[in-house]
Design a protein around this ligand. Structure first.
Ligand SMILES: NC(=O)C1=CN([C@@H]2O[C@H](COP(=O)(O)OP(=O)(O)OC[C@H]3O[C@@H](n4cnc5c(N)ncnc54)[C@H](OP(=O)(O)O)[C@@H]3O)[C@@H](O)[C@H]2O)C=CC1
Ligand SMILES: CCCCCCCCCCCCCCCC(=O)[C@@H](N)CO
Length: 367
């Protein structure tokens, strides 16, 4: 070895020995990252421990209000397919009988029963209480209540008859707050005592994506669906120690007789804005809702827009799995950023429609 080579290797040795501490921040960073990864993994592993025990639908008694049509009927079918006994609740008896026949096609054993009850869920509590009692006498205590009876009216604030926000009752002119909100309070009130005694049960409220955001044309509808969220959160805090779990479902537009009826008078703005999150089939919506209710998830959403909306509007709602909580924490800022773009595009839809209306009005006047 030449003396020059010897010198250079001594220098490298010296540098190595004396500068290892330069790597210290990197090592520390690695250790911290490893801890975070391990912590998250641990959370994922214990997540099932804090989640509610799934409800067995086989042999369970499921009451579905609004079960004679649309989403409610599909929910009844989905539960029946999994072996449940069903009580369908709605007003029109002919529609109920027709739905009963359709549901019965999906029996998986010969003990299963579909019971029909005709009642207006929104008018008189004592009536609702007595029909629920009848149903319990025939098919046993209610294991799951699905509050799906409801309707939508859309129209500009000043165009919706003031009466229809609530007020007096006329035939075929249902009031939104009464049906969508009180029509969920009454059946829930009628089943809750028995559920608490049995220390088990599921209560589902079918809200809407319009129960998460207020939209053009939904000044009467949205509040009636937002109200369900307040009810659900308060109730869940009361009944969680009794092992009863509440689910709020927020579907997008879904192809049902109810939607067809609503579309007859829907403002163009409402149509265009709602199209953002697409149109779903009732069967597809029902599958997701029933799965979430069985698992005891507080939140049930459909599709990517539904997922983002739910994470964004989670507020102080209860969390039913650690994974869900983590996802909300991580995605909140990003989803708010995306939401601002959506809001901008909704505002521009409203502005464009207004300009178009004014132009066609002016043209009409000239003629
Ligand atoms: N379709 C959609 O785009 C969406 C719907 N939703 C919500 O889902 C629920 C179901 O909607 P959808 O399937 O479209 O509706 P449908 O109109 O197809 O069905 C409504 C059901 O509710 C019953 N019902 C209505 N009023 C009463 C009442 N006062 N007492 C008892 N039963 C009643 C109806 O029967 P009857 O008339 O015989 O009483 C029928 O069985 C509603 O709450 C709606 O707001 C949420 C998001 C999207
Ligand atoms: C990150 C943020 C994402 C934002 C996505 C926004 C999507 C808005 C669409 C709202 C659709 C409302 C449908 C109401 C359906 C309904 O309840 C009636 N059809 C009942 O008949």
């Amino acid at each position: 070895m030449s003396s020059e080579e010897g010198l250079s290797s001594t220098i490298t040795d010296w540098l190595f020995i004396n500068s290892w501490w330069l790597l210290l921040p990197f090592i520390m960073l690695l250790v911290v990252a490893a801890f975070i990864v391990a912590f998250v993994l641990l959370l994922y592993m214990i997540s099932p421990l804090i989640s509610p025990k799934p409800l067995k639908l086989n042999g369970a008694h499921v009451v579905v209000t609004g079960g004679s049509s649309g989403i409610g009927k599909s929910i009844a079918v989905e539960c029946y397919k999994q072996g449940a006994f069903i009580t369908l609740v709605a007003r029109d008896e002919a529609k109920l009988l027709q739905a009963k026949k359709e549901v019965e096609k999906f029996a998986i054993n010969d003990k299963q029963v579909v019971l029909c009850i005709s009642v207006d869920v929104s008018s008189d509590y004592s009536q609702v209480e007595s029909v629920i009692k009848q149903a319990q006498e025939k098919l046993g205590p209610v294991d799951m209540l699905v509050n799906c009876a409801g309707l939508a009216i859309s129209g500009k604030f000043e165009d919706v008859e003031v009466d229809r926000f609530k007020s007096e009752r006329r035939l075929n002119s249902q009031k939104l707050m009464e049906v969508n909100y009180l029509g969920s309070v009454y059946p829930t009130r009628a089943v809750i005592t028995t559920m608490k005694e049995r220390r088990m049960g599921r209560i589902m409220f079918v809200s809407s994506q319009a129960g998460q955001i207020g939209l053009f044309g939904y000044t009467a509808y949205s509040p009636s669906k937002f109200a369900l969220r307040g009810l659900a959160e308060s109730l869940q805090m009361e009944i969680k120690p009794y092992n009863i779990y509440v689910t709020v479902a927020y579907p997008p537009d879904t192809e049902t007789p109810g939607l067809a009826e609503e579309n007859k008078t829907k403002p163009l703005e409402t149509k265009l804005i709602s199209e953002t999150s697409g149109v779903c089939q009732p069967d597809q919506v029902a599958k997701i809702i029933v799965r979430d209710a069985v698992q005891g998830n507080f939140n049930s959403s459909v599709g990517p827009d539904g997922y983002m909306l739910s994470a964004l509007t989670c507020g102080m709602s209860p969390v039913t799995s650690i994974t869900e909580g983590l996802q909300q924490i991580v995605t909140m800022g990003l989803f708010r950023t995306i939401a601002l773009f959506y809001l901008g595009s909704f505002d521009s839809i409203v502005r464009r429609c207004m300009i178009q209306r004014e132009q066609s009005k002016a043209a009409d006047k000239r003629e």
